[in-house]
Ligand binder design. Structure first.
Ligand SMILES: Nc1ncnc2c1ncn2[C@@H]1O[C@H](COP(=O)(O)OP(=O)(O)OP(=O)(O)O)[C@@H](O)[C@H]1O
Ligand SMILES: [Mg+2]
Length: 380
């Protein structure tokens, strides 16, 4: 069982690569589902087939699904949403507004992703490929459960116990809708599912995030940021897919070269896949399958391409060490400095960009040393 999630800035090729990876894997004999959780679906367009809100067979072992957010909210949050709605209505908020307000922030994103859980439990597919929304939204979703966990572990059990005693008495003094046992059951079940989902997505034996990037300045910056945060939150990235790389004969080749180089340096040692710019449409199963073959060359797309941590942040007595993995040990002089949100590491001709998480942003760089296969940078 494998879950492969594609993300990246808008328009970089996420849907095309998700579908191509799926088509090629199904050709290799795997039963594959490509599922789009991006509310702006384009899987149907890329596959040139109608794709519905339930998994649909496209070709032999190859299935696709475009998740319907509203349907999913009802499915996974229905009971809780009804309770919130009754509470809002009791406060005098009218029906239409109550319906809108009963959808809590994050519910939409989480609902779409909960389908993954269901598919994993159903065990119908060998590989689930997730075509996700652009990095900003995907990161917002991935950082949600920290807040949710507080609710589940602290508030929920307490309130539930309390309610058992309070409910009969409260009934007498107020007609405010009180959460029923059923509401709590639904809520607990939901949180269990959410936990399970995050557990799956953070398990590197099961899940891999693949970042799609184009050799363009603004795209790279957003991808570097996503890379830092994905690892901080514990979601394993096993490949960087540089899409739309110009051929040597192309007038864009020279312009792109420095960006391609920056990507290769900044994401090492995460494996890099170079994907050429094509001059034809990549639509329909056959074309996608051929494209997939080209992307992965001799590799199997279901493999886990990288398992180590590309960086770690260690804290000791208020001082921090950023530990970055290096592929080759450079012998030249080392220079490390901060430029806006970027940490720039220069070793001879080698220049690496690292997007600094907030905790290191306003700290001073104390020094940098190379230790075996790591570069250790001190902050305080
Ligand atoms: N290597 C390539 N060569 C030529 N065209 C490509 C290549 N990769 C993607 N495209 C084309 O670029 C366009 C955008 O690709 P795609 O829809 O896969 O991006 P996306 O990241 O899913 O976009 P969105 O963020 O809007 O969902 C499509 O028309 C697709 O066919
Ligand atoms: Mg897309």
């Amino acid at each position: 069982m494998r879950i492969i999630l594609f993300t990246g800035k808008g328009g970089v090729g996420k849907t095309t690569l998700s579908a191509a990876t799926g088509a090629y894997l199904s050709e290799l004999g795997k039963k594959v589902l490509v599922v789009s959780v991006d509310p702006a679906h384009s899987l149907s367009d890329v596959l040139e087939e109608d794709v519905g809100p339930e998994p649909k067979k496209i070709f032999n072992n190859f299935y696709a699904q475009e998740i319907d957010v509203y349907y999913s909210i009802e499915k996974f949050w229905g009971v809780l949403k009804e309770y919130l709605k009754s509470l809002l209505k009791w406060q005098g908020i009218d029906e239409i507004l109550a319906e809108e307000m009963s959808v809590l922030p994050g519910m939409e994103e989480v609902s779409s992703f909960l389908w993954i859980n269901k598919h994993v439990e159903d065990k119908k597919f060998d590989v689930i490929i997730v075509d996700s929304a652009p990095t900003g939204e995907t990161l917002r979703f991935l950082s949600l459960p920290d807040a949710a966990s507080w609710w589940v572990t602290k508030i929920l059990p307490l309130q539930r116990k309390l309610m058992k005693f309070v409910r009969p008495a409260a009934r007498v003094v107020t007609d405010m809708p009180l959460p029923e046992e059923e509401t709590y059951d639904a809520l607990e079940d939901l949180f269990r599912q959410v936990y399970n989902l995050y557990y799956l997505l953070q398990n590197q034996e099961v899940s891999s995030v693949r970042l799609v990037v184009n050799p363009e300045k603004m795209v790279i910056k957003e991808t570097e940021k996503a890379f830092t945060y994905l690892h901080l939150f514990g979601f394993p990235v096993d490949g960087i897919f540089i899409n739309r790389v110009a051929e040597e004969e192309s007038p864009f080749y020279e312009i792109q070269r420095k960006y391609v180089e920056r990507i290769v340096k900044s994401f090492e040692p995460t494996p890099i896949f170079m994907i050429p710019q094509l001059y034809e449409e990549i639509l329909g199963y056959e074309k996608l399958k051929e494209f997939g073959k080209r992307v992965y060359q001799k590799k199997n797309p279901a493999d886990i391409f990288y398992k180590d941590k590309p960086f770690e942040i260690l804290e000791k007595n208020g001082e921090y060490i950023l530990k970055l993995a290096l592929k080759e040990i450079p012998q030249e002089e080392l220079e490390v400095y901060q430029k806006d949100e970027d940490l720039i590491i220069k070793i001879g001709n080698h220049k690496r960009h690292f997007f600094l998480p907030r905790i290191l942003l306003n700290k001073e760089i104390k020094g940098a040393v190379i230790k075996e296969n790591f570069l250790e940078i001190g902050f305080s």
